[in-house]
Design a binder for this molecule. Structure first.
Ligand code: MN
Length: 294
């Protein structure tokens, strides 16, 4: 394979502030112009100082259902505690990933461990939603915690790149996907230059959590999302400061999307079925337990 043609940036979108249950977070996708970048539907960047003095059941998001896609969380600071209707329960710490495929239906909660809620502390994570092909939407759901230690790290000059899914220069990530993807989390020191081979057929975005990257003539600032043209097979970035960023790239699914709240299907009828099935308890039941021994 000969990766030589550099991709150019199509457009840069600054994240918008969104109110989620009283917490202001940054949302680069969707935005006013762009509903999705197939197969990626949504990106939420959550950064918060927990004040302390809270019980774990007073913070985060309580039990709710999903169907038809994968909600994925990259944790950067602090930790996120997952519980679901399959009986899975895991806390993933900074550097790790909460990987869930909702399939035909699952109910989960997304909270923070009691050390954080009680003592206070910094939380930073990105949740993004990856659509599933129609053929997989009603498959069995699964949940997979991927800790930092389970995430392969590729170190090059001034660059650290963790491979969560797909393959980067021969290193493969652990997360299973229903369609071809390359999902990376990166740190690039000031003046570092990195070339990332990405199939020209993959829709590709970079979001910067902190710092700034230059690609071609464009600069991607903190909390900017850059969308690339499908005009080459190599993404080149240069760090203008010490920078943390993610790369989400994937083969487009090219199917109709019907979305309502936590459900992502192909038709309005399927959405109505999803609402009904959730109300009937067909997406499982989660009764959270907060015992110290849990
Ligand atoms: Mn959720």
């Amino acid at each position: 394979m000969n990766n030589t043609v550099k991709r150019t940036i199509k457009k840069i979108y600054p994240a918008n502030k969104v109110n989620m249950g009283g917490h202001l977070l940054d949302q680069p996708l969707p935005n006013k112009e762009l509903q999705s970048l197939d197969p990626f539907l949504l990106i939420h960047h959550w950064h918060q100082m927990l004040p302390g003095g809270q019980r774990p059941q007073e913070a985060g998001v309580g039990p709710h259902p999903h169907r038809g896609f994968s909600p994925v969380t990259f944790i950067f600071k602090g930790a996120v505690e997952h519980r679901d209707s399959l009986g899975k329960h895991a806390t993933v710490h900074a550097g790790g990933t909460q990987w869930m495929f909702a399939g035909r239906g699952i109910t989960h909660s997304e909270r923070f461990p009691s050390e954080l809620t009680e003592n206070g502390g910094e939380l930073e994570f990105i949740q993004f939603w990856v659509n599933s092909p129609a053929a997989n939407k009603m498959d069995q759901p699964y949940y997979q915690p991927i800790q930092l230690a389970d995430t392969p790290l590729v170190e090059e000059n001034k660059s650290k790149l963790w491979v969560v899914s797909g393959s980067y220069k021969g290193t493969k990530g652990a997360a299973p996907t229903n369609s071809p993807q390359l999902l990376l989390r990166g740190e690039l020191q000031k003046d570092g230059i990195l070339e990332i081979p990405i199939s020209s057929t993959f829709n590709t975005l970079i979001y910067v959590l902190e710092g700034a990257l230059k690609s071609g003539e464009h600069t991607i600032l903190t909390k900017d999302m850059a969308i690339f043209q499908n005009d080459g097979d190599l993404v080149e970035v240069k760090a203008m400061a010490n920078t943390r960023y993610i790369v989400l790239a994937g083969e487009p699914i090219n199917e109709p999307v019907a979305q309502y709240g936590p459900f992502v299907m192909n038709t309005e009828t399927q959405l109505m079925e999803a609402v009904r099935d959730a109300q009937m308890g067909k997406m499982g039941v989660l009764i959270e337990s907060f015992d110290a021994t849990d």
